[in-house]
Design a protein around this ligand. Structure first.
Ligand code: AKB
Length: 323
């Protein structure tokens, strides 16, 4: 019997989009989104949904058995900014969520696992430009420490127990279907809503803070791409570097101004500035390109024009439905 796909943390920024993409590919019934609570979104009424806390290992085992799960995307985590505010819970969720899945996969043998790492696994001593796959990694944030530790555990479970775990180091993700929550790169989504709502945005990162970013369509393509790659092509079992575009808040604002000439930005850096300052400016993702054929589609101009067009459409629909 064909196995099914479990998405843990499905109501988050990546989870919503991944649920949609995997359902389109495999059909609604084969994809089981889950989260600690069911969000009030039509998407989750259209097919199966499980209430699931990844920290409850017994319930996780039950859901995996009940739905004949053979592929898991473990996306439940606290992001960088939220982790700084609640380090103990961030460590608990980010690490034990991963352990539960790895331990179940170790026992079950036929469970393929996706677990996201992040550019936050790098740190202030990492070479910031074109950051190599293998380099100094001394993360200085709670979130980054959990991501680096998680990467090491993924590789360990692959080598010691043959767990088929696959991972990528996501850059900041930008999409219009779902909203980010608790990250340092979230400014690059918020800015579009402010630009379209009132033509102004105050960035919590300074104007010249360059960070690696990626359009959500590319991130979903990479996520499904690495999971579909033949096992022997996935040569790195810690986590792959992944790159799309890199830009600063100032450069993003300039690109937005091409569509909204009156747009204004100012800068009021907060505690998230030091997180951003410890992360790379740009990433060398040649291993992912060579090993499993990764390539990105969205450059900055396509990213910005897509965000503006799609958010405008969303706003037009919500005005129509409220009339
Ligand atoms: C965050 O800002 O915390 C995330 C990330 C870079 O992993 N977007």
């Amino acid at each position: 019997m064909q196995g099914n796909i479990l998405i843990i943390g499905a109501s988050g920024q990546i989870g919503i989009e991944l649920t949609m993409a995997l359902r389109t590919k495999h059909g609604v019934d084969r994809v089981i989104p889950s989260d600690i609570r069911k969000p009030d979104l039509e998407l989750f009424n259209e097919g199966p949904f499980e209430i699931l806390n990844v920290l409850d290992k017994a319930r996780l085992e039950e859901v995996i058995a009940e739905h004949n799960i053979t592929e898991v995307y473990q996306l439940a985590a606290l992001l960088s900014a939220t982790s700084e505010k609640n380090p103990a819970f961030a460590w608990d969720l980010n690490m034990n969520g991963l352990f539960h899945i790895l331990d179940i996969a170790k026992e079950k043998k036929n469970l393929k696992v996706f677990w996201p790492s992040s550019i936050a696994a790098f740190g202030p001593n990492t070479p910031a430009d074109n950051t190599p796959q293998y380099t100094i990694m001394e993360p200085s944030s709670v979130y980054g420490i959990s991501k680096l530790a998680g990467e090491r555990w993924c590789e360990y479970y692959f080598q010691k127990f043959g767990v088929d775990v696959r991972s990528i180091r996501y850059p900041g993700l930008i999409g219009y279907r779902s909203e980010p929550g608790g990250g340092t790169t979230d400014y690059a989504v918020d800015i579009f809503y402010h630009a379209l709502d009132n033509g102004k945005y105050t960035s919590f990162l300074s104007e010249n803070t360059m960070l690696p970013m990626m359009m959500m369509e590319d991130a979903i393509k990479a996520t499904i791409g690495i999971m579909e790659a033949p096992s022997e092509s996935v040569k790195i079992r810690s986590s792959y570097n992944l790159a799309g575009v890199s830009f600063t808040p100032k450069e993003l604002a300039e690109e937005i101004k091409k569509h909204i000439p009156s747009f204004e930005i100012d800068y009021a850096p907060d505690f998230r500035q030091s997180l951003a300052d410890s992360w790379p400016n740009s990433i060398d993702d040649s291993s992912a390109r060579q090993d499993w054929g990764w390539n990105h589609e969205y450059d900055m101009s396509k990213l910005v024009s897509t965000m503006i067009t799609e958010i405008r459409k969303k706003k037009a629909v919500s005005i129509e439905t409220s009339n």
